[in-house]
Design a binder for this molecule. Structure first.
Ligand code: DGL
Length: 275
């Protein structure tokens, strides 16, 4: 096809930027729209019915107005619930989801003790429990649904001060010691969490592996697009941003986005977690 692919990246807030950054690297030729459902944020504590309704109504508008060639749901809380709904409603549009990276964590863990750090919604999903059963049967798994971490990360990107004590309290249940073994891999099962990775690393009681699925999602998106849009042409990337509230991005957010767009590796530390 003789044009750039149009990719819609969707999250409840700004956590999806950790995925978006990997997507930009993978397909620098694409035209991106990042959409944040700030009206619905946070999804994590909401009922499944509420999350379904928020995502479906945001998507009706976004797909009708933008006709994307691919939609990346850069949100575990939505993906673990809604991918079948979205694919049934828009059978012609490919959807790429973000789901907890339990398989690589279980494969890589040497202590066979892994933790999954997620929103309360993702931690309670059958989808997540099925992944644990399927891929982590040989591991001790701590499934941690954090009430406040996504909100702390969202505020952090908007320039708010963050309390390390509060972050430490949220992630404390991920660090488990038992019979001389201890957790050696933590799945970042909410796209907001890699935004706080530098803090996590600093306050962790022992060094371990943080697993961020963003690069794998980017490869999946590329695979989905590649038949219609072979990679390799760089037309100059284009990028726009949309809040469901109609808000405009703050200057701080625009700077972050510009750094991402220029692929400035200093802008986040996400790569250190990439598997
Ligand atoms: N970033 C989202 C996720 O990956 C959820 C944050 C929220 O809305 O609670 O799960």
């Amino acid at each position: 096809m003789d044009r750039s692919p149009k990719i819609l990246v969707f999250d409840s807030g700004l956590g999806g930027l950790t995925v978006f950054r990997a997507l930009l690297r993978q397909r620098p030729d694409a035209e991106f729209l990042y959409a944040a459902d700030d009206l619905g944020f946070p999804y994590g504590p909401k009922s499944e019915a509420e999350v379904v309704s928020l995502v479906m109504s945001a998507m009706e508008k976004l797909i009708a107005e933008n006709a994307p060639d691919c939609v990346v749901i850069a949100c575990n809380t939505a993906s673990t619930l809604l991918l079948p709904h979205l694919r049934a409603r828009w059978p012609q549009t490919p959807f790429v989801g973000t789901v907890p990276a339990i398989k690589p964590a279980a494969e890589l863990s040497q202590s066979r003790m892994i933790s999954i750090l997620a929103t309360p919604g993702t931690a309670a999903r059958d989808y997540t429990l099925d992944l644990i059963e399927k891929f982590a049967g040989h591991c001790d798994v701590a499934l941690v649904g954090s009430k406040n971490l996504a909100g702390l990360a969202e505020g952090f990107v908007h320039g708010e001060a963050i309390s390390e004590e509060q972050v430490a309290a949220e992630i404390a249940p991920c660090f488990v010691e038992k019979n001389g073994r201890r957790t050696d891999s933590i799945v970042l099962a909410c796209t907001h969490y890699p935004l706080l990775l530098e803090i996590f690393d600093r306050i962790a009681p022992w060094p371990l592996r943080w697993i961020d699925p963003a690069p794998a999602i980017a490869r999946r998106m590329d695979h989905v697009l590649s038949a219609r849009f072979p990679a390799g042409r760089t037309n100059g990337r284009s990028f726009s941003f949309h809040f469901t509230s109609g808000a405009t991005p703050t200057p701080k957010l625009l700077t972050t986005l510009e750094l991402l767009r220029r692929d400035d590796r200093k802008s986040t530390e996400v790569d250190r977690a990439a598997m």
